[in-house]
Ligand binder design. Structure first.
Ligand code: TLP
Length: 345
């Protein structure tokens, strides 16, 4: 029996339309910048994000790294949230490969970096200090319960960045989820950013790929960093073809995932030992805690798995469940029943 896999929306498989498009894509060598399908995807992505140009990269991690390397020089300071994916889950690539200095600020629970802490963290032009070059935001904010950051906040950080002569990079791995949750366009959320990375391989279900968008000059320089990192791909149109289907056919239905996530939260909050904050459930990511008199977090996790339900344990008693296209309303009901059965036994 196929497991109900809530570990991440990255587990989604390509749709039939994607498989068809990949098989029949017109392709050529993208390192020569001659793949027509990659060009189509990059045009489509840049239009949707309201930027001049775009660059297909193999992963979100590479997209963020390419962007940071393009904005900064060795020794530059980057303002980052302590719960950001770039800080926590990208192997420290910005320091290891880029020689960049991560200046870590506390994320508020809503995923924002308070304007006052950003302002206070900007280093003076002092011989002792790494020059602050870049602010990074994440929208939706994965480890802040998938919080969508509103347009007004993005605009305020953009204004601050311009005033203090900094660049702004947006990790928009799930920017389309944020746009759906806030009922705004993805371009309005990316407007203030000098660069934005969006993933095609998460809720949008493409098998591989992310796109970095920015000005023409920025993307020209980013292309060279991508090559240096080994991300120059040849007949990449086969991958881009699935990405085009993702952007054209999978964006509208993200709302369904958000509704199903709320349904999951409503069901789980009734189970004994589960604690969650319903007010924080805004997109497709649900975090909850377990404090049960007789069942440890590890035992709960492995019992769920025996019952065909996979989720992630992200802290000693903290779980993350991510809803996606391959999770139906019926699956959610099954998960809720299974969890309740295990916790009341
Ligand atoms: N996130 C993955 C894991 O790495 C945690 C997940 O399952 O959520 N930015 C954000 C906000 C992300 O959530 C991720 C992946 C990335 C960047 C990196 O994308 P990939 O996995 O394509 O390198």
């Amino acid at each position: 029996m196929k497991p109900i896999d809530l570990r991440s929306d990255t587990v989604t498989h390509p749709t039939d339309a994607m498989r068809e498009a990949m098989a029949t894509a017109e392709v050529d060598d993208d390192v020569f910048d001659e793949d027509p399908t990659v060009h189509r995807l990059e045009r489509l992505a840049s239009e949707k994000l309201g930027k001049e140009a775009a660059l297909l990269v193999p992963s979100g991690t590479m997209g963020n790294l390419v962007s940071l390397l393009t904005h900064c020089q060795r020794g530059d300071g980057v303002l980052l949230g302590d719960r950001s994916h770039i800080f926590q889950h990208e192997v420290g690539g910005l320091s290891a490969l880029g020689g960049l200095f991560p200046h870590i600020l506390g994320n508020a629970d809503d995923g924002t970096l308070p304007l006052a802490s950003l302002e206070a963290a900007i280093q003076p032009p002092d011989i002792h200090c790494p020059p602050t070059r870049l602010i990074c935001l994440e929208n939706t904010h994965n480890f802040c319960h998938g919080a969508p950051l509103p347009v007004q906040y993005m605009a305020a950080v953009g204004a601050l960045a311009r005033r203090r002569d900094l660049k702004l990079h947006l990790d928009g791995a799930r920017l389309f989820n944020a746009a759906a949750a806030l009922a705004v366009t993805p371009a309005s959320l990316a407007e203030e950013a000098d660069s934005v990375m969006v993933c095609l391989s998460k809720g949008l279900s493409a098998p591989v790929g992310s796109v970095v968008c920015g000005s023409r000059a920025f993307i020209r320089r980013a292309r060279k960093w991508r090559k240096m990192l080994g991300g120059g791909m040849r007949q990449a149109g086969h991958i881009a073809a699935a990405g085009i289907v993702a952007l054209e056919q999978q964006v509208e239905r993200l709302r369904e995932d958000h509704e199903n996530t709320l349904h999951l939260a409503l069901g789980l909050q009734e189970a004994p030992g589960i604690e969650l904050d319903l007010a924080r459930v805004k997109t497709n990511i649900l975090f909850f805690q377990l404090s049960h008199p007789s069942l440890s977090a590890e035992a709960f996790l492995s019992s769920l798995e025996k019952d065909n339900v996979k989720i992630l344990l992200t802290g000693p008693v903290t779980f993350r469940a991510v809803v996606h296209r391959e999770i139906s309303r019926k699956d959610i009901d099954t998960v809720v029943q299974t969890a309740r059965k295990l916790l009341t036994a």
